[in-house]
Design a protein around this ligand. Structure first.
Ligand code: HGY
Ligand code: MN
Ligand code: MN
Length: 422
């Protein structure tokens, strides 16, 4: 086994986190680093230099997933540890990036000092386009890795401005051709993005399952005309219809929450008006919406209600409403053995922890389909996320790196292999 050089101290982690957060930084303390933009490319270059300095071999696959590999045992599969460096527009600096740097430190520490009984290799990973803001769908790179998406189709996927994933990755030098490392297990750490851990004064969350989500692309079509020269009775205004859709998406969640508070979440997050001119009655609006629930049956009922609402808007006769796609991300359980392992590690480290579901999607939701997976949370101050005000304290971050390192260390020694095959 070859030792990996470098300073893996907590102080060094915090200094590195500050350096990484300066890439694509916004004046209000956040980052704007959407997938395969110049800023994402700079963050990736920074991570590659970090891997080089710390003796991890960089591997880049065709869809821009990048891995920092420590081969401790030739031919053995890997424990992958990671998250994503891309961000939403004007978002927080912790979402994803914290998990990637924590993974780099975990991999570096474990490669420098492999635990007794190590039987697997370790690699830190930065999954491409977790956020799905510039290119849809989200969880893209990890989706290709597990075989859920076809790489060629993903590379042809275009942003709203027409740029394809292939073009964007090529422009930043991350349309690679390497074979990715073969995973035997996966671990991810992330900010909670909710309030449970802060409210209960805990250090670590151990994720047991994910909320189910429907993601919709809806188009509303009317008839383009002159705002000043078309009598009201002749108007077919796509923006009026789209506004009704936005309110219907909200109303469905309200209806369910009146019966069971907190059971359904919904939003329209993206809205594109054509031709978007002050003097033109809009012809077409494209909306991206999502609907979530922890409970699969409740989500299906909410989906049915929303579909009925959309039909009603169309039946009023002014616009056509089409659901272009409705993609379900089902709720799934993370393996019990992984949660039990993480709980035991947290107890050993003296960290206060609890089990909880994840409301947001993560790359671990994908990896969970193919290998034993552990998902960990550190607290989000005030539960804020996808906002420049996202915050996690230095002490909370450092405890999380320690937790991730110890958990991945036990996985390296085969803790979940044994459990998976028992
Ligand atoms: O939660 C989401 O849907 C995102 O992919 N993180
Ligand atoms: Mn994230
Ligand atoms: Mn996010």
């Amino acid at each position: 086994m070859t030792a990996v050089p470098g300073d893996f101290s907590d102080e060094s982690f915090l200094a590195d986190f500050a350096e990484l957060s300066a890439i694509g930084a916004t004046p209000s303390g956040g980052v704007h680093r959407e997938a395969a933009t110049v800023a994402d490319g700079q963050a990736r270059d920074w991570l590659r230099a970090w891997f080089d300095r710390h003796g991890l071999a960089t591997v880049v696959d065709s869809v821009g997933n990048m891995y920092g590999c420590a081969e401790l045992l030739p031919e053995a599969p890997y424990v992958l540890v990671g998250s994503h460096l891309d961000s939403q527009p004007t978002s927080g600096r912790f979402d994803g990036a914290y998990g990637v740097l924590a993974a780099a430190y975990a991999a570096g520490r474990l490669a420098a000092d492999p635990p007794d009984g190590t039987r697997l290799n370790v690699a830190a990973v930065n999954w491409f386009n977790e956020e799905g803001s510039r290119f849809s769908p989200s969880l893209m790179g990890s989706g290709v890795y597990i075989g859920k998406f076809d790489a060629a189709t993903i590379l042809d996927t275009a942003a709203l401005d027409g740029t394809t994933v292939r073009e964007a990755l090529t422009a930043i030098g991350f349309h690679g051709s390497d074979t990715p490392p073969r995973a035997d297990a996966f671990a991810e750490i992330h900010i909670e993005q909710g309030r449970t851990l802060v409210d209960e004064g805990l250090d670590i969350g151990v994720v047991t399952r994910n909320w189910a989500a429907y993601k919709y692309v809806i188009t509303v079509v009317g008839e383009q005309s002159h705002t000043g020269a078309t009598h009201m009775r002749y108007r077919r205004d796509a923006l009026v219809g789209a506004s009704q859709v936005v309110l219907a998406v909200r109303a469905v969640a309200r209806e369910f929450n009146e019966l069971a508070e907190g059971s359904v979440l919904s939003s329209v997050g993206q809205f594109t008006v054509e031709p978007n001119s002050p003097v033109v009655v809009p012809a077409k609006v494209r909306l991206a919406a999502d609907l979530r629930s922890l409970d699969a049956e409740t989500l299906e009922k909410a989906h049915t209600r929303l579909t009925a609402e959309l039909n009603e808007i169309e039946a009023e006769g002014e616009v056509q409403v089409s659901v272009e796609s409705a993609t379900l991300r089902p709720s799934k359980a993370y393996p019990d053995a992984g949660a039990a392992l993480a709980g035991a590690v947290a107890d050993d480290l003296g960290l206060r922890w609890r089990e909880l579901p994840t409301m947001a999607g993560h790359d671990s939701v994908n990896l969970c389909d193919v290998v034993p997976t552990v998902m960990l949370f550190v607290p989000s101050v005030d539960g804020i996320s996808h906002n420049e005000k996202e915050f996690t304290t230095d002490a909370q971050m450092v405890a999380g790196v320690q937790m991730l390192t110890a958990t991945a260390g036990r996985m390296l020694a085969g803790a979940l292999e044994v459990a998976a095959h028992a």
